[in-house]
Design a protein around this ligand. Structure first.
Ligand SMILES: [Fe+2]
Length: 314
């Protein structure tokens, strides 16, 4: 079993280069997209829109109901079948948490911990967005994230990627918080002499760089899982024979119509990848609705989720 982080000197060097690059992207307040587009973050305009929505919900008496909905996490359990899964990993359980935005709701970490407590799992994957805001201090999330990390102790470790609400500076707290942050890197989990690979990339929604592509293109033979904040790199992962792709970001819409249809997803392509299980050219993907909320702390027709995925050999 290998559940910790070991980085070679070369890997450490790559990480320093990444941090310098991402620092400049974060400072510029633009969104850097894979198709070469560079657009100004629209968060200020969006917040203005949210202000009207908040007012509307309060005037109609729906705000408190939405706030309550945001705290009522649903356990989503899925069994996914793969012919290529190494036998030692048959029945391997993954706890997947996403989009914590842990400072958006009071004591939300305690609710997450309570919901996760009865579950059994072999590893935990966190797919980004730990804080509420997209910039500024994140000091107030360190305590709650540390508490969550202390309560989740699977034998194959806790692995995380950054989202578009996160900062490269969070990497400094990786050890303190007790979560292995994977940035454009691959690590292996070993069980009974067999391995699976996990590759985590930087967030491609605001901070796309070719380093994320290179990480997914690294030649590896075997069962491979990609952790990416959004579904935007699914084609690259599928082309490079990834078996499973886990992401979040959309919050499943957070506010949905009574039929579950999302009104806004912050995902400008890929309407079929808003939540739940999907298939992309034979690669299985899962978009987690997230356990938290952002923008406005309410949910309608779209419960927050705690996800347990069991890998089974076909
Ligand atoms: Fe998010």
């Amino acid at each position: 079993m290998k559940a910790g982080i070991y980085r070679t000197e070369k890997d450490k060097e790559r990480r320093i280069i990444w941090a310098a690059m991402r620092a400049s992207l974060e400072a510029s307040r633009f969104k850097y997209k894979r198709n070469g587009k560079k657009s100004k973050s629209h968060w200020t305009t969006f917040e203005r829109m949210l202000g009207f929505l908040r007012l509307g919900l309060k005037l109609t008496g729906l705000y408190d109901k939405g706030l309550k909905n945001a705290s009522e996490m649903k356990l989503e359990e899925h069994t996914l079948f793969f012919s290529t899964l190494p036998g030692a990993f048959d029945g391997f359980k993954i706890l997947n948490l996403s989009d914590f935005h842990i400072d958006s709701l009071n004591n939300h970490e305690d609710k997450i911990i309570r919901k996760v407590a009865p579950l059994e799992y072999d590893t935990a994957f966190f797919t980004g967005d730990y804080r509420k805001n997209i910039s500024g201090s994140f000091k107030n999330i360190l305590g709650p994230m540390k508490k969550i990390a202390a309560a989740i102790n699977p034998p194959y470790g806790k692995w995380a990627v950054l989202g578009n609400h996160d900062s490269y500076l969070m990497a400094e707290y990786e050890e303190e918080v007790g979560i292995n942050l994977i940035v454009n890197e691959t690590f292996e989990l070993e069980k009974e002499g067999q391995k699976i690979y996990i590759t985590g990339t930087d967030d491609p929604y605001y901070y796309y760089s070719e380093q994320a592509l290179f990480a997914l293109e690294k030649p590896l033979e075997g069962f491979k899982i990609a952790l990416v904040h959004t579904s935007e790199l699914r084609d690259v992962a599928a082309q490079n024979d990834y078996n499973l792709y886990l992401c979040g970001h959309t919050h499943g819409g957070q506010i949905c119509l009574p039929n579950g249809k999302a009104i806004l997803t912050h995902q400008y392509e890929g309407k079929g990848f808003v939540s739940g299980i999907w298939d992309y050219n034979g690669m299985i993907g899962y978009t987690n609705r997230g356990c938290g909320v952002s923008g406005i702390p309410v949910r309608f027709n779209c419960p927050p989720e705690i996800t347990l995925i069991t890998l089974k050999k076909k």
